[in-house]
Design a protein around this ligand. Structure first.
Ligand code: SF4
Length: 433
């Protein structure tokens, strides 16, 4: 019996849950009173806003049929699971109907590879084209960038989507050779390279004034062309499916950020899938590993830490008991205490518990007066966490008493565990440290 759209939705939404590379969009677009929907800068896909709201998107696969056999993937060709596929028109209709009913704020569309990468990318991009051009849809669209697709197909995707993500899948080529021998990191980077050039060109074009000559009057600005993938590109890496340690995960992420200017690398703890291949572990890595990777990622990008500094364990993995900034601070107590009234920004950023925003507030406030502990409380610095590492005008004793204590690690570990539950839900995906 032919599957109904509802049957397909149940199969293809379930199959899409393994892809984590969709979150905050970072793009803003208003419909200007015409068409359907707006995209806001807060982020769209299953993501948490700072006030804890979950914002939603329709996250589905176009099809879970696939010609490839990646061993970690539930949709691999050798896996015996129910298969289904939408038509382009069905996805467009579903998106519009869900949007009108206020169920979703955007679409995240991925797919198994049907026929070949090029054809698959073209079908995904066609959904986005019809939504934008035929339906006037201004909501967020995130498309999977199919690795191996032609530049033309990727260009079409970038023209209509807010974000395109080509997945690198595993941290190193050796892991791919073992679990997905048809894939290569070089090929994934080829797609990223093309997307980056499209994004760069589009940004450069956006900065130049667009002037056109007209026969009858003064020169006028032309209508703005659609920006290419305005929310940038991202990628996903599965961790824990192979023995690769956190240092190699972060090393690859760091390189991808620097080379292709990715907005985000998403780390997904491998979760055992039905009928898993024998080469895969039977259990997921502890979920806190994923959380620590997000924290380390943030330190590398915004706090001027290096991989050697965040990875403090001999086995090349992150310390799971405490966050990577705290782990570094505990291992480098000679660096502390930092004087809140004199230290440069870089030193303040090394204090566990002080984020870029708190440091900004401290720098501003100390221009007017010497800061005391009470001022730090007023500036919303988490006192219990920062005080062992900081001295304020009246706080020397607190730091001096606690910094050399043998049980400091134990004390902060207990605090960290309490924070963890909350952070894992909220700040990790937003990358706060
Ligand atoms: S190409 Fe994608 S959908 Fe197909 S088996 Fe590999 S990971 Fe799964």
């Amino acid at each position: 019996m032919a599957k109904t759209v509802k049957d397909k939705l149940s199969i293809l939404a379930d199959a899409a849950k393994y892809d984590a590379s969709c979150a905050s969009s970072g793009s803003k677009r208003s419909n200007g009173g015409k068409g359907l929907g707006n995209t806001t800068g807060m982020g769209i896909c299953h993501s948490y806003t700072p006030d804890g709201r979950c914002i939603s998107l329709l996250k589905i696969l176009l099809t879970n049929r696939c010609i490839y056999d990646c061993r970690y993937c539930v949709n691999r060709v050798s896996n015996d699971v129910p298969r289904a596929g939408f038509t382009v028109e069905e996805v467009v209709k579903l998106t519009v109907e869900f949007y009108r009913r206020n169920y979703i704020e955007g679409l995240f569309l991925s797919s198994g590879v049907v026929m070949n990468s090029d054809r698959t990318m073209d079908l995904l991009a066609e959904v986005a084209r019809q939504l934008r051009e035929d339906e006037g849809f201004h909501g967020y669209i995130h498309l999977k960038g199919v690795v191996g697709a032609s530049n033309e197909a990727l260009e079409k995707a970038g023209r209509y989507a807010d974000r395109v993500s080509a997945n690198v899948e595993l941290p190193v080529q050796r892991d791919l050779d073992r679990l997905a021998p048809e894939k290569s990191i070089d090929e994934a980077e080829g797609a990223m390279r093309f997307l980056k050039s499209g994004i760069d060109e589009s940004r450069a074009r956006g900065r130049r004034p667009r002037i056109v000559s007209t026969q009858s009057g003064p020169r006028q600005r032309s209508r703005a062309p659609r920006r290419f993938s305005p929310a940038g590109q991202s990628t996903q890496m599965i961790v824990g499916a192979t023995p690769s340690n956190d240092a190699s995960v972060l090393d690859t992420a760091n390189r991808l950020y620097q080379t292709h200017k990715l907005r985000r690398v998403y780390y997904t703890a491998y979760s055992p899938i039905p009928n898993a291949h024998q080469d895969l572990p039977t259990e997921s890595p502890v979920l806190v590993r994923e959380h620590r990777l997000y924290q380390a990622d943030w330190l590398l990008r915004f706090y001027e830490f290096t991989i050697d500094e965040v990875v403090t364990q001999d086995d090349g993995n992150l310390d799971l008991e405490v966050d990577p900034k705290m782990a570094w601070a505990l291992a480098h107590r000679e660096f502390f205490p930092v004087d809140v009234n004199r230290a440069p920004r870089e030193a303040l950023l090394r204090v566990p518990g002080l984020g870029t925003r708190s440091v900004g507030r401290i720098l501003k406030a100390r221009r007017r007066r010497r800061l005391r502990v009470a001022d730090l409380r007023q500036l919303r610095a988490p006192l219990k966490r920062v005080m062992p590492f900081l001295v304020a005008a009246d706080g020397w004793e607190t730091a001096a008493k606690t910094l050399d204590r043998g049980d400091l690690r134990k004390r902060v570990t207990t605090d960290d565990r309490q924070l963890l539950l909350f952070e894992a839900q909220t700040s990790a995906k937003n990358g706060q440290v």
